[in-house]
Design a protein around this ligand. Structure first.
Ligand SMILES: Cc1cc2nc3c(=O)[nH]c(=O)nc-3n(C[C@H](O)[C@H](O)[C@H](O)COP(=O)(O)O)c2cc1C
Length: 187
């Protein structure tokens, strides 16, 4: 993890979701919405795995739905079974201490217990990839509060993806548009 907020895909017990791991002054923390499965599972198991990937589609898929069991690989750390993404480029397993629970979030401290780099490719900076991440963050909130400003931000990032993204970024944005339409059609 590098200083600042690391946008990773957290896996616990075959549940996957993007979260931010906050690295400041040598400590690693995450703030998890209590409405998420991730928060409930972290509170129960006190473990999680942070998966690093450059696949934009995985961020959209895991933000809005579940992955098939084949997307996960199980492994054991200190006799405890854990799950990571089979296609992770790198991963870190953490033991978790709850710092505090507020009305809406669970703040946790993360202690690394195992890690692996699986793939050593380098990636040029691509604004399309960054905009998929931005649009997906906004979309997770837009689906809850329907704030028109968030829709404008999503549209802005969609335009950047169309200009700067590759096929995988375009596929991610098509999937995101489908997920937003699915949310909007619910009520
Ligand atoms: C890039 C990105 C970062 C996110 N960071 C967080 C976070 O730090 N904490 C959180 O609770 N949700 C975060 N979210 C939203 C969750 O991924 C989203 O609410 C998801 O549906 C939770 O899935 P779950 O119910 O399977 O845990 C983030 C989403 C994205 C796209």
């Amino acid at each position: 993890m590098r200083d600042g907020i690391n946008e990773v895909i957290a896996t616990i017990a075959m549940n996957a979701a993007p979260i931010g791991i906050i690295s400041r002054a040598g400590t690693l923390q995450a703030a998890l919405f209590l409405t998420s499965h991730t928060a409930a599972l972290v509170e129960r198991d006190r473990r999680l795995v942070a998966n690093l990937t450059h696949d934009p589609v995985l961020y959209v898929q895991t933000a809005f739905s579940d992955l098939a069991p084949g997307a996960f690989t199980q492994f054991t750390v200190d006799g405890v079974d854990m799950c990571r993404l089979a296609d992770a480029e790198a991963w870190t397993a953490f033991s978790v201490e709850v710092v505090r629970k507020t009305g809406a979030t669970l703040l946790v401290h993360l202690i690394p217990i195992a890690e692996e780099i699986c793939d050593m490719q380098v990636y040029p900076v691509n604004r399309g990839f960054s905009s998929v991440i931005e649009a997906t963050v906004h979309a997770t909130r837009y689906c809850v509060n329907r704030d028109p400003w968030l829709k404008q931000l999503i549209d802005h990032h969609s335009a950047i993806v169309r200009r700067c993204g590759g096929p995988r970024e375009l596929e991610a944005m098509t999937l995101l548009a489908d997920e937003i339409n699915r949310c909007l059609s619910k009520s």
